[in-house]
Write a protein that binds this ligand. Structure first.
Ligand SMILES: [Cu+2]
Length: 309
Protein backbone atom coordinates (compact mmCIF):
# COMPACT_ATOMS: atom_id res chain seq x y z
CA UNK A 1 0.00 0.00 0.00
CA UNK A 2 1.21 3.45 -0.85
CA UNK A 3 1.45 5.93 1.93
CA UNK A 4 2.00 9.64 2.01
CA UNK A 5 4.32 10.83 4.73
CA UNK A 6 2.61 13.04 7.27
CA UNK A 7 4.69 16.11 6.62
CA UNK A 8 4.87 16.62 2.91
CA UNK A 9 6.58 19.53 1.24
CA UNK A 10 4.68 22.34 -0.45
CA UNK A 11 5.63 21.06 -3.92
CA UNK A 12 4.27 17.64 -3.06
CA UNK A 13 1.04 19.12 -1.78
CA UNK A 14 0.55 20.82 -5.14
CA UNK A 15 1.33 17.58 -7.01
CA UNK A 16 -1.00 15.66 -4.75
CA UNK A 17 -3.70 18.23 -5.49
CA UNK A 18 -3.78 17.03 -9.08
CA UNK A 19 -4.79 13.49 -8.27
CA UNK A 20 -8.28 12.97 -9.66
CA UNK A 21 -11.21 13.80 -7.43
CA UNK A 22 -8.93 14.84 -4.60
CA UNK A 23 -7.97 17.82 -6.74
CA UNK A 24 -11.52 19.13 -6.87
CA UNK A 25 -12.05 18.53 -3.21
CA UNK A 26 -8.88 20.33 -2.24
CA UNK A 27 -9.77 23.09 -4.67
CA UNK A 28 -13.08 23.47 -2.86
CA UNK A 29 -11.36 23.44 0.48
CA UNK A 30 -8.61 25.70 -0.80
CA UNK A 31 -6.06 23.26 0.66
CA UNK A 32 -6.86 24.95 3.96
CA UNK A 33 -5.80 23.62 7.32
CA UNK A 34 -9.07 24.44 9.01
CA UNK A 35 -11.34 22.52 6.68
CA UNK A 36 -9.84 19.07 6.71
CA UNK A 37 -10.46 16.46 4.04
CA UNK A 38 -12.76 14.08 5.86
CA UNK A 39 -13.38 11.91 2.83
CA UNK A 40 -13.38 8.29 3.97
CA UNK A 41 -10.60 6.18 2.46
CA UNK A 42 -8.84 9.22 0.99
CA UNK A 43 -5.26 8.73 -0.09
CA UNK A 44 -5.54 5.07 -1.04
CA UNK A 45 -4.35 4.41 -4.58
CA UNK A 46 -4.49 0.64 -4.96
CA UNK A 47 -6.68 -0.62 -7.85
CA UNK A 48 -9.60 1.50 -9.05
CA UNK A 49 -11.84 3.71 -6.97
CA UNK A 50 -15.39 2.36 -7.02
CA UNK A 51 -18.57 3.99 -5.78
CA UNK A 52 -21.76 1.98 -5.86
CA UNK A 53 -24.74 0.47 -4.10
CA UNK A 54 -24.98 -3.03 -2.64
CA UNK A 55 -27.79 -4.90 -4.41
CA UNK A 56 -27.41 -8.41 -3.04
CA UNK A 57 -25.39 -10.27 -0.41
CA UNK A 58 -24.34 -13.81 -1.35
CA UNK A 59 -23.07 -15.13 1.97
CA UNK A 60 -22.41 -18.67 0.76
CA UNK A 61 -19.94 -17.47 -1.86
CA UNK A 62 -18.64 -14.37 -0.02
CA UNK A 63 -19.85 -12.15 -2.86
CA UNK A 64 -21.53 -8.78 -3.04
CA UNK A 65 -23.56 -7.75 -6.06
CA UNK A 66 -22.87 -4.06 -6.51
CA UNK A 67 -24.30 -1.54 -8.97
CA UNK A 68 -21.28 0.65 -9.49
CA UNK A 69 -20.95 4.03 -11.12
CA UNK A 70 -18.78 4.73 -14.14
CA UNK A 71 -15.11 4.05 -13.50
CA UNK A 72 -13.43 6.58 -15.80
CA UNK A 73 -11.02 5.01 -18.29
CA UNK A 74 -11.75 1.48 -17.09
CA UNK A 75 -15.38 0.41 -17.02
CA UNK A 76 -18.82 1.91 -17.54
CA UNK A 77 -21.51 1.75 -14.83
CA UNK A 78 -22.85 -1.79 -14.37
CA UNK A 79 -23.93 -4.43 -11.87
CA UNK A 80 -21.18 -6.90 -10.95
CA UNK A 81 -20.28 -9.55 -8.40
CA UNK A 82 -17.29 -8.90 -6.19
CA UNK A 83 -15.55 -11.14 -3.71
CA UNK A 84 -15.11 -9.49 -0.31
CA UNK A 85 -13.56 -10.33 3.06
CA UNK A 86 -15.56 -11.92 5.85
CA UNK A 87 -15.68 -8.71 7.86
CA UNK A 88 -16.93 -6.72 4.87
CA UNK A 89 -19.51 -9.39 4.09
CA UNK A 90 -20.87 -9.19 7.65
CA UNK A 91 -21.03 -5.40 7.52
CA UNK A 92 -22.80 -5.29 4.14
CA UNK A 93 -26.39 -4.09 3.94
CA UNK A 94 -28.58 -4.21 0.84
CA UNK A 95 -29.20 -0.68 -0.42
CA UNK A 96 -26.08 0.72 1.25
CA UNK A 97 -23.83 3.03 -0.75
CA UNK A 98 -20.16 2.21 -0.50
CA UNK A 99 -16.80 3.43 -1.61
CA UNK A 100 -14.08 0.85 -2.20
CA UNK A 101 -10.99 -0.11 -4.16
CA UNK A 102 -11.56 -2.60 -6.96
CA UNK A 103 -8.72 -5.05 -7.60
CA UNK A 104 -8.34 -8.38 -9.43
CA UNK A 105 -8.91 -11.44 -7.24
CA UNK A 106 -7.07 -14.76 -7.48
CA UNK A 107 -9.73 -16.37 -9.67
CA UNK A 108 -9.58 -13.65 -12.32
CA UNK A 109 -12.70 -11.95 -11.05
CA UNK A 110 -12.82 -8.73 -9.09
CA UNK A 111 -12.49 -8.09 -5.43
CA UNK A 112 -13.45 -5.09 -3.32
CA UNK A 113 -11.06 -3.90 -0.66
CA UNK A 114 -11.00 -0.89 1.69
CA UNK A 115 -14.77 -0.75 1.79
CA UNK A 116 -16.24 2.33 3.50
CA UNK A 117 -19.97 2.92 3.92
CA UNK A 118 -21.09 6.24 2.42
CA UNK A 119 -23.83 8.21 4.11
CA UNK A 120 -24.50 11.93 4.04
CA UNK A 121 -25.69 11.82 7.62
CA UNK A 122 -22.43 10.20 8.76
CA UNK A 123 -20.41 12.72 6.73
CA UNK A 124 -22.17 15.60 8.48
CA UNK A 125 -21.49 14.07 11.94
CA UNK A 126 -17.85 13.44 11.03
CA UNK A 127 -17.51 17.07 10.03
CA UNK A 128 -19.37 18.53 13.03
CA UNK A 129 -17.48 16.54 15.66
CA UNK A 130 -14.12 17.02 14.00
CA UNK A 131 -14.65 20.78 14.01
CA UNK A 132 -15.37 20.60 17.76
CA UNK A 133 -12.21 18.56 18.24
CA UNK A 134 -10.13 20.99 16.19
CA UNK A 135 -11.43 23.91 18.25
CA UNK A 136 -10.46 22.06 21.43
CA UNK A 137 -6.99 21.38 20.05
CA UNK A 138 -6.51 25.05 19.24
CA UNK A 139 -7.38 25.90 22.84
CA UNK A 140 -4.92 23.39 24.31
CA UNK A 141 -1.67 25.08 25.36
CA UNK A 142 1.35 24.00 23.31
CA UNK A 143 2.73 20.67 24.49
CA UNK A 144 -0.35 19.89 26.61
CA UNK A 145 -2.63 16.95 26.08
CA UNK A 146 -5.69 15.61 27.89
CA UNK A 147 -5.21 13.69 31.11
CA UNK A 148 -6.78 13.00 34.50
CA UNK A 149 -9.27 15.68 35.54
CA UNK A 150 -9.78 16.95 31.99
CA UNK A 151 -12.96 16.67 29.98
CA UNK A 152 -12.52 13.96 27.35
CA UNK A 153 -12.26 14.81 23.65
CA UNK A 154 -15.26 14.87 21.31
CA UNK A 155 -15.18 12.49 18.39
CA UNK A 156 -17.31 10.89 15.70
CA UNK A 157 -15.91 7.79 13.99
CA UNK A 158 -17.14 4.58 12.38
CA UNK A 159 -17.18 1.39 14.39
CA UNK A 160 -16.33 -2.17 13.30
CA UNK A 161 -19.96 -2.76 12.36
CA UNK A 162 -19.85 0.22 9.98
CA UNK A 163 -22.03 2.44 12.19
CA UNK A 164 -21.19 5.97 13.22
CA UNK A 165 -20.46 6.40 16.93
CA UNK A 166 -19.99 9.74 18.67
CA UNK A 167 -18.64 10.70 22.08
CA UNK A 168 -22.14 11.94 22.96
CA UNK A 169 -23.66 8.53 22.16
CA UNK A 170 -21.43 7.02 24.84
CA UNK A 171 -22.28 9.37 27.72
CA UNK A 172 -24.21 7.84 30.63
CA UNK A 173 -21.84 4.89 31.02
CA UNK A 174 -18.19 4.77 31.97
CA UNK A 175 -15.80 4.45 29.06
CA UNK A 176 -12.44 2.72 28.70
CA UNK A 177 -10.53 3.91 25.64
CA UNK A 178 -7.26 2.78 24.11
CA UNK A 179 -5.36 3.07 20.82
CA UNK A 180 -4.27 0.20 18.59
CA UNK A 181 -3.79 -0.85 14.99
CA UNK A 182 -4.57 -4.27 13.58
CA UNK A 183 -1.24 -4.80 11.79
CA UNK A 184 0.85 -4.07 14.90
CA UNK A 185 3.64 -6.65 14.87
CA UNK A 186 4.76 -6.11 18.49
CA UNK A 187 3.06 -8.69 20.72
CA UNK A 188 3.70 -6.51 23.77
CA UNK A 189 1.97 -3.46 22.35
CA UNK A 190 -1.41 -3.52 20.52
CA UNK A 191 -2.09 -7.28 20.68
CA UNK A 192 -1.50 -7.26 24.44
CA UNK A 193 -3.54 -4.10 24.89
CA UNK A 194 -6.47 -5.59 22.95
CA UNK A 195 -6.35 -8.80 25.00
CA UNK A 196 -6.47 -6.73 28.18
CA UNK A 197 -9.42 -4.71 26.91
CA UNK A 198 -11.20 -8.01 26.25
CA UNK A 199 -10.38 -9.21 29.79
CA UNK A 200 -11.59 -5.96 31.30
CA UNK A 201 -14.83 -6.18 29.30
CA UNK A 202 -15.47 -9.65 30.79
CA UNK A 203 -14.60 -8.51 34.33
CA UNK A 204 -16.87 -5.47 34.05
CA UNK A 205 -19.69 -7.64 32.78
CA UNK A 206 -19.27 -10.10 35.65
CA UNK A 207 -19.38 -7.19 38.09
CA UNK A 208 -22.44 -5.82 36.28
CA UNK A 209 -20.81 -2.42 35.69
CA UNK A 210 -22.17 -0.15 32.95
CA UNK A 211 -19.05 0.39 30.82
CA UNK A 212 -18.35 0.99 27.14
CA UNK A 213 -15.06 0.15 25.45
CA UNK A 214 -13.53 2.04 22.54
CA UNK A 215 -10.35 1.03 20.70
CA UNK A 216 -9.24 3.72 18.27
CA UNK A 217 -7.26 2.58 15.24
CA UNK A 218 -4.02 4.47 14.64
CA UNK A 219 -3.98 3.13 11.05
CA UNK A 220 -7.25 4.39 9.53
CA UNK A 221 -6.10 3.92 5.93
CA UNK A 222 -5.80 0.17 6.41
CA UNK A 223 -8.20 -0.41 9.29
CA UNK A 224 -11.60 -0.09 7.63
CA UNK A 225 -14.74 -1.18 9.56
CA UNK A 226 -14.53 -4.63 7.90
CA UNK A 227 -10.88 -5.10 8.88
CA UNK A 228 -11.69 -4.10 12.46
CA UNK A 229 -14.64 -6.50 12.53
CA UNK A 230 -12.33 -9.39 11.68
CA UNK A 231 -9.84 -8.20 14.27
CA UNK A 232 -12.54 -8.16 16.97
CA UNK A 233 -13.53 -11.69 16.00
CA UNK A 234 -9.91 -12.90 16.11
CA UNK A 235 -9.73 -11.69 19.73
CA UNK A 236 -13.11 -13.17 20.63
CA UNK A 237 -14.45 -9.71 21.44
CA UNK A 238 -18.22 -9.42 21.12
CA UNK A 239 -20.95 -7.24 22.53
CA UNK A 240 -22.63 -3.93 21.79
CA UNK A 241 -20.54 -2.25 24.50
CA UNK A 242 -17.29 -2.64 22.51
CA UNK A 243 -16.44 -0.35 19.61
CA UNK A 244 -13.34 -0.62 17.46
CA UNK A 245 -13.33 2.73 15.64
CA UNK A 246 -11.75 4.25 12.56
CA UNK A 247 -12.50 7.05 10.11
CA UNK A 248 -11.02 9.85 8.05
CA UNK A 249 -7.32 10.19 8.80
CA UNK A 250 -7.41 13.85 9.96
CA UNK A 251 -10.21 13.05 12.44
CA UNK A 252 -8.24 10.12 13.86
CA UNK A 253 -4.98 12.09 14.02
CA UNK A 254 -6.73 14.94 15.84
CA UNK A 255 -8.04 12.51 18.44
CA UNK A 256 -4.56 11.00 18.91
CA UNK A 257 -3.10 14.49 19.29
CA UNK A 258 -5.65 15.50 21.90
CA UNK A 259 -4.50 12.55 24.04
CA UNK A 260 -0.80 13.00 23.25
CA UNK A 261 -0.60 9.61 21.58
CA UNK A 262 2.15 9.54 18.97
CA UNK A 263 1.86 7.47 15.81
CA UNK A 264 4.70 7.83 13.33
CA UNK A 265 4.32 6.06 9.98
CA UNK A 266 7.29 3.98 8.91
CA UNK A 267 7.61 2.03 5.64
CA UNK A 268 5.70 -1.00 6.84
CA UNK A 269 4.57 -0.20 10.34
CA UNK A 270 3.65 2.57 12.74
CA UNK A 271 5.86 3.54 15.65
CA UNK A 272 3.58 4.56 18.44
CA UNK A 273 2.98 5.20 22.10
CA UNK A 274 0.07 3.81 24.10
CA UNK A 275 -2.56 5.28 26.36
CA UNK A 276 -5.44 3.69 28.20
CA UNK A 277 -8.06 6.03 29.59
CA UNK A 278 -10.90 5.64 32.02
CA UNK A 279 -13.59 8.25 31.42
CA UNK A 280 -16.62 8.64 33.68
CA UNK A 281 -20.26 8.71 32.60
CA UNK A 282 -20.15 12.50 32.25
CA UNK A 283 -17.06 12.51 30.07
CA UNK A 284 -14.40 13.38 32.64
CA UNK A 285 -11.06 11.55 32.48
CA UNK A 286 -10.59 9.70 35.78
CA UNK A 287 -7.52 7.64 35.08
CA UNK A 288 -4.83 7.41 32.45
CA UNK A 289 -2.11 4.82 31.97
CA UNK A 290 0.65 5.31 29.42
CA UNK A 291 2.20 1.91 29.94
CA UNK A 292 1.70 -1.28 27.98
CA UNK A 293 1.74 -3.02 31.36
CA UNK A 294 -1.59 -1.59 32.57
CA UNK A 295 -3.66 -4.06 34.55
CA UNK A 296 -7.34 -4.71 33.85
CA UNK A 297 -7.83 -5.28 37.61
CA UNK A 298 -6.62 -1.74 38.42
CA UNK A 299 -9.14 -0.31 35.97
CA UNK A 300 -11.85 -2.58 37.35
CA UNK A 301 -11.19 -1.34 40.91
CA UNK A 302 -11.46 2.26 39.75
CA UNK A 303 -14.64 1.43 37.83
CA UNK A 304 -16.15 -0.25 40.88
CA UNK A 305 -15.33 2.69 43.13
CA UNK A 306 -16.78 5.27 40.75
CA UNK A 307 -19.71 3.53 39.08
CA UNK A 308 -22.95 3.35 40.98
CA UNK A 309 -24.58 -0.06 40.55
CU1 LIG B 1 1.09 -1.46 18.31
Amino acid sequence: MKRFPEHISGANVILKCFYGPVFFLLLLLGCSQNEQNLELGAGDEEGYLLVGEIKLIDEANSLLKVAHEDIPGFMPAMIMDFSVSEGDLQNAKVGQRIKARMVRDEEGGFQLMRIWPLSEEDASDLKKYNERLQKRLRELPLGRYLGEGDESADFALLDHRGNIVTSDDLLGRSLVMNFIFTRCPDANMCPLSTSKMGQLQKLAKEADLPVNFVSVSMDPEFDTPGVLRQYAKAYGIEGDDFYFVTGPKPAVLNLLRSYGVTAIEKVDTIMHSLATLLIDQNGEILMRSDKSAWEPETFLEKLESTTGT
